[in-house]
Design a protein around this ligand. Sequence first.
Ligand code: NAD
Length: 508
Amino acid sequence: MSQNTAESYDRDRWHGIAADAKDHFETRLFIGGEYSDSADGGRFETINPANGEILAAMSQAAVADVDRAVASARQAYRSGVWSRMAPRERMAVMYRFADLVEAHTVELAVLETLDMGKPISVVVSEDLPAVVNTIRFMAECIDKIEGAVTNTADDAMHFTLRESLGVVGAISPWNYPLLMATWKLAPALAAGNTVVLKPAEQAPLSCLRLAELFVEAGGPPGVFNVINGVGEVTGKALALHNDVAKISFTGSTEVGKLILQYAGQSNMKRTGLECGGKSPHIFMADTPDLGAAVEAAYHGIFANQGEVCSAGSRLLVDRSIYGEFVERFVNEGKDAYVPGDPLDPATNMGPLVTREAQDRVLGLIGRGKAEGATLHFGGGVPAGLEAGAYVSPTLFSDVDNSMTIARQEIFGPVASVIPFDGADEAIAIANDTIYGLGAGLWTRDIDQAFRMIKEIEAGMVWVNCYDSGDMTQPFGGYKQSGHARDNCMESMKSYTQLKSAWIKLTTG
Ligand code: NAD
C-alpha cells in the first residue's frame, strides 16, 4: 500500500489496522536471514506511549546473541556474496528494497506510531518517504565511488581505491526509528559492508520488518541482521566486539562518549557519532519576513514533539524585534500543534516516547520556572491525555543562556526565547554551548549572513529557513554533537577505507 493510499485513511481505519497488527508483532532477533529467540530467553517490554499499554515482550539479545549476529555478518561479508557482488547487481537489490519499503508503508507506519507515539500522518508523509529516498540515493551512489591514479615517476604506477570495511555495527535512537537506522544501514550496505543493527529499546518493532524486507528484495541472508536489546547490554557488547569494523551511533552525547571508550578498549574500530544538540535559531533585527520566521521557529521546536536532535530549541531574538516576535509566537504558535491520538491522521503532535521522558521534560520545565524564565503557554500535561506520556507545547521567554533550559538538551516541545543586542552578542550566545549541530539565521544582509555562517560553530547553518535540506546535504555536527555526516556522498565514503597500491615498473 503506497503513501498516497495511506494518506486517505481515516482514524477508524488506522485503529483497525493497528488492532490487527497487535496480533502479529514479531518479537525475536533477526540473524542470518531468520528469526530466533535470544540464547538465555531474556525479554524486555515495549510500551505504547499514547496509552501505557504493553505492546510486546521483545527478545533481549545477550552477549552470546551479539556474537552470533556478528559471526553471521562476518561470514556473509567474507563469502563475498554481497561485498563482491557487481555494483549494478547490488544496486538492483537496493532499489527493490526501497520499492518494498514503499509498498509496505501502511504496515511500517502503524508499527512506528504504536511503538514510538509519533503521528501516523507524519510517518506516512515524511518519515517513510525519507527512508525510501535514502535507500534510493545510496543505491545511486554505488558505482559513483571512485579511486584515483596519481602522478608518479615513470618507474611506478600508483592508484588508490575505496574498499568496504567489513561488519558495521549500527546503534540507533528512537526519535525516528526507521529513518535514523536507514541513515546508517543504507550507506553501509551500499558500500558493500554487512550490518548488525541494534535499534533503540523504546521502539524495537519496525526495524525487524525492515531487515526482513531486505531479504525479500534479494539481500543475501546474514548481510543485514537486527538484534534488539537494552543499550548497556546489547549495544555495549556490539561496540566492544573485536570483529566489528565500525560503530555508527546516533544518540545522546553521554553514550557517544562511551562508544569512543569501547572502541579504544577493543579493536580501535572506527566510530561515526551523531549526538545531541541545543541549536540556536537566530532572528536578526532585519529578519526579512517575521511571519515566516515565527512559523519556522515553532515548527523548528514543536515538530516531532520536539524530539529532534537539530530542534531549534534556543530562539535568539534581537531586542529590537523581541516584543513583536514573542507576541506573534504566542498568537500563532500556541495552537499550531495540538497533542492527540497519534493514530488519528488529524493529529500533529503525539506523546513523548516514554513516561521517563515525560517526567524529565516536565522536570526541566519546572527548572525554567524556578530559575525565572517567563512561561507563556504550556508547561504541563494536556487535559484528557493523562493516560499517555504527553507534554503540551511550551514557550518560555526572558531566558538567559545560563539557565538550565538553555543549556540542557530537553528533547521535548519546549521553546526558549533569549534576547540579544547585535550580531556579536548573537554569535557569542549561539556558540556558548557544548553542542554544535545546527543553527538557523534570519537576515536580509548577505554580508552579515556570510560572516555569521563562518563564525557559528555548527555543522549546518540554515539561512532564512530552518532544518531544510535534501540528500545532498551533509547532516552532522561540530563539538559534542558528534563528528559523523549522514546523507550525501560523504556518508557513504565513511563506510569505506582507502587502499593505496604502488606498482614498481621496469622502465627502458
Ligand atoms: P541514547 O544515547 O540513550 O540511546 C541511543 C542508542 O544507544 C540506543 O539504541 C541505546 O540502546 C544505545 N545505548 C544506550 N546505552 C548504551 C551503551 N552503554 N552502549 C551502547 N549502546 C548504548 O539516546 P536516545 O535517548 O535513544 O536518543 C536521543 C538522543 O539522540 C538525543 O540526545 C538526540 O539529540 C540524539 N540524536 C541525534 C541525532 C543526530 O543526527 N545528531 C539524531 C537523532 C537523535
